[in-house]
Design a protein around this ligand. Structure first.
Ligand SMILES: Nc1nc2c(c(=O)[nH]1)N[C@H]1C(S)=C(S)[C@@H](COP(=O)(O)O)O[C@H]1N2
Ligand SMILES: [Mo]
Length: 251
């Protein structure tokens, strides 16, 4: 009796999951990243499709007030200028010139590919937001970020109708991507300011990404290049998910 009820319930759960999967596949046939047939990535795919179905619009994460701001550890790379690679030399030169010569290339499936200086980014519309950062290592911190919405930068170069994902490259060799829904989200910004001052080197100067609806590691520091692409691209073997990190980590 007990046993059969258990089996029935389990079947219902399995059937339920299958129908969620089916619905997602019919609704988002092209948006499912192709590498996601892999069994190990099934959890990711479920989180992704569930989020995209439950939060189809542009719901905002909670924003805090100034008095909620906490101390904020710097993790991962904290100074690409110390890297031995050529990109380390380049970064060090920019740093010595207060990033006046730094340029961020935006290219790919866009109408007018363009390199932006820090001043040009600062002349675009700006947004300040106080949000909670959640690191996969288990800590969280609240900080204030000021920057230009990624949507404004993509608007300035004109994304083509073929655009589906946005790929980011950093000065410490990271490659990662987000889909257009996250890219155009109002709280997805290219931050050049933190807690009322310039963005510190340790936190990604001169410009870092803030993707507030995903885990902290998606907020790439030390931006170098942005490429709009028409197909899913997680950076492959160079991508930051090569070490087992999930591509989609919605929170
Ligand atoms: N380019 C680059 N971006 C990065 C990292 C990094 O090492 N390099 N670390 C990631 C991780 S794991 C986290 S938690 C945050 C840390 O940002 P913070 O140093 O400002 O705390 O940046 C993310 N973005
Ligand atoms: Mo992290």
């Amino acid at each position: 009796m007990k046993q059969s009820r258990l089996i029935t319930r389990r079947r219902a759960i399995v059937a339920g999951l299958a129908s969620i999967g089916g619905l997602a596949l019919t609704r988002y046939p092209k948006d499912l990243p192709p590498t996601y047939g892999n069994l190990l990535r099934m959890g990711d795919t479920l989180t992704y499709t569930a989020h995209r179905m439950l939060l189809p619009g542009q719901s905002l994460v909670r924003e805090y007030s100034r008095r909620d701001v906490t101390s904020f550890p710097a993790t991962g790379t904290t100074n690409p200028g110390r890297l031995p690679a050529a990109s380390g030399d380049e970064y060090r030169r920019f740093q010595l010139g207060a990033f006046a010569d730094w340029r961020m290339l935006v290219e790919g499936h866009v109408a007018t590919p363009r390199a932006f200086s820090l001043d040009e980014l600062k002349r675009l519309p700006s947004r300040t937001q106080i949000t909670r950062h959640t690191c996969e290592e288990g800590w969280t911190a609240i900080g204030e970020w000021t920057g230009v919405p990624l949507s404004a930068v993509l608007g300035a170069v004109g994304i083509l109708p073929t655009a589906r994902f946005v790929v980011f490259h950093s000065y410490d060799g990271w490659i990662d991507s987000i889909d257009l829904l996250d890219a155009l989200h109002p709280q997805t910004i290219l931050a050049y300011g933190m807690n009322g001052g310039e963005l510190p080197i340790a936190h990604g100067a001169p410009v870092r990404l803030r993707v507030e609806r995903q885990m902290g590691y998606k907020s790439m520091k030390y931006l170098r290049r942005i490429v709009v692409v028409d197909e899913f691209d997680d950076g492959g073997r160079q991508g930051n998910i090569q070490n087992g990190w999930a591509w989609y980590t919605g929170i």
